[in-house]
Design a protein around this ligand. Structure first.
Ligand SMILES: *Cc1c(COP(=O)(O)O)cnc(C)c1O
Length: 433
């Protein structure tokens, strides 16, 4: 499969190149040349298929023969090393728990898949690759864990000092081995700026082969379509009523965009809801038809504090830049922190379930849509385990929550990080080690 740049100023490249480059040289996002519906034979056997088989059929068309079948199956098996339970909260509302992986956020799926694809492409290559990534919290942990011990790849993570949660910081700084954590004196935007500067710095080329691992990378984006299939299979097996509607807590819009790809491949989801916090660029676009990004504002669902969602371009492309068409399949709503906190309380009291702030935003979006569409079967995605936002959850619910094993395991590990103040500091590290 070839991938082309949405800025149309780069010749199309194969999957491997797209993964290695991350962003196209013309700064455009890579997009597959075709997205083919899955054949009838797939749907005939769908209810009996294992998760690994589904994932293999779904991703194959994007990879072609670039990864041999057995290797790809192994990559998928290692990616899907945890469960994706669909928890029924009442007759027509369920939550899809995407947080059972090693770092307890949905980004584990993309992080693990991408790491293994790069590892595969590097197997017969002596050149070392450095993955450079800026994180506001969850991405860094998922990438660090995904690349743990992957041969020939060094990972350098930049995070803003004092602005990630305590547990997120532990996930970033206790991995060691091929993972280095840099604590940046500044904001997430400063971290991202330093990463961009490094990519554009020609003097680094003689020292490092740099690549990125954020959600613009096709190997992190596309595997996120897997769990929409798993959830629909579960709904079908349980013979729940149709139509199925999915609400996705959204920031950079990679996750929901992967759901829309699944829909394009024929997955029977009738409607998608993009649920955001006060960073409401997409809901405003859906309302007014004008895309006007704003600087991000800080909220309690901080992984969605994105003012200019990069995957917007891909969503546009999926619907041929036709807002009317997009609206037939997607709605969008934004919610304040106050609303988010009361939703957390409501879900806890009425449905006996603890959501993290991101999942609560997803719940709110679903609830809003169901006001005018009461007959649907609704699923909201729970994108992180509540323990990742321990303070907010415990404060809001006035309730202690149990620390799961994945988190307990890292609590007394030794944390190592290097302080960085400026791009020159980052450059010194990239050049010397
Ligand atoms: C990254 C993240 C999101 C936002 O996902 P996008 O794909 O960027 O829209 C939502 N919730 C959590 C917990 C996240 O870590």
């Amino acid at each position: 499969m070839k991938f082309f740049s949405l800025n149309n100023n780069t010749p199309p490249v194969n999957f491997e190149k797209a993964v290695r480059m991350g962003l196209a040289p013309d700064r455009g996002l890579f997009f597959p040349e075709t997205i083919k519906p899955l054949p009838d034979t797939f749907w005939d056997g769908f209810l009996q298929m294992s998760k690994e088989d589904i994932a293999f059929e779904v991703i194959s068309q994007f990879i072609g023969d670039e990864i041999p079948e057995l290797d790809l199956k192994q990559i998928i098996k290692e990616t899907l090393c945890f469960d994706f339970p669909l928890v029924h909260l009442n007759d027509n509302v369920s939550t899809l728990e995407l947080f059972q992986g090693p770092t307890m956020a949905f980004k584990d799926v993309g992080g693990r898949f991408m790491a293994r694809c790069l590892g595969h492409f590097n197997k017969n290559n002596d050149e070392k690759v450095t993955v450079l990534v800026a994180t506001s919290g969850d991405t860094g942990g998922a990438v660090a864990s995904g690349f743990d011990g992957i041969q020939g790849i060094e990972v350098i993570i930049l995070y803003p000092k004092g602005k990630v949660s305590a547990i997120q910081e532990l996930q970033l700084t206790t991995q060691g081995k091929n993972i280095t954590a840099l604590e940046v004196e500044g904001t997430f935007d400063d971290c991202q700026e330093m990463v961009k500067t490094a990519f554009l710095d020609p003097s680094l080329k003689q020292y490092r082969n740099l690549t990125s691992a954020n959600s613009i990378n096709v190997a992190r984006w596309l595997p996120q379509s897997f769990y929409y299939f798993f959830a629909v299979q579960d709904l079908m097996k349980k013979r729940t009523s149709v139509p199925y509607v999915f609400s996705v807590p959204s920031g950079n819009f990679g996750n929901i965009c992967a759901g829309l790809v699944a829909h394009k491949m024929g997955l029977p989801i009738a409607h998608f809801i993009a649920s955001t916090n006060n960073n409401d660029t997409f809901p405003r676009y859906m309302e007014a038809g004008v895309f006007s990004p704003k600087p991000s504002v800080q909220t309690i669902s901080n992984a969605m504090d994105v003012g200019n969602p990069s995957n917007f371009e891909r969503i546009q492309k999926l619907f041929n830049y036709d807002l009317f068409k997009l609206k037939t399949i997607c709605s969008a709503y934004a919610f304040s922190d106050k609303e988010t906190r009361s939703a957390m309380t409501e879900v806890y009291k009425d449905l006996n379930y603890i959501t993290d702030p991101h999942g609560a935003v997803g719940y709110l979006g679903l609830k809003e849509y169901m006001k005018s569409h009461p007959g649907v079967q609704g699923v909201f995605l729970e994108t992180a385990h509540p323990v990742k936002f321990l303070d907010i959850v415990e404060q809001t619910l006035k309730q202690k929550i149990e620390i799961p094993k994945q988190i307990q395991d890292i609590m007394d590990k030794k944390s190592t990080k290097k302080p960085v103040k400026s791009y020159e500091g980052l450059k010194a590290i990239l050049v010397e080690s």
